[in-house]
Design a protein around this ligand. Structure first.
Ligand SMILES: [Zn+2]
Length: 58
């Protein structure tokens, strides 16, 4: 069963442990795999950082 959790923080899909950005070593996790420090299971994650821009009204 595929279950995707969308949140502002990274949350382990197995145990629900929450990781703040400071706790995630993105350099070490280039394959988008994380080993949960809490339950020890491996899971995949995606990071979506997006920018929006628009014209300011004169
Ligand atoms: Zn976990």
């Amino acid at each position: 069963m595929m279950k995707t959790i969308k949140a502002n923080e990274l949350i382990c899909p197995y145990c629900g442990a929450i990781y703040s950005e400071k706790e995630i070593d993105f350099e070490e996790n280039k394959d988008n795999e994380m080993i949960c420090k809490n339950c020890g299971r491996t899971y995949n994650y995606n990071v979506h950082i997006s920018y929006s821009s628009w014209k300011k009204e004169d």
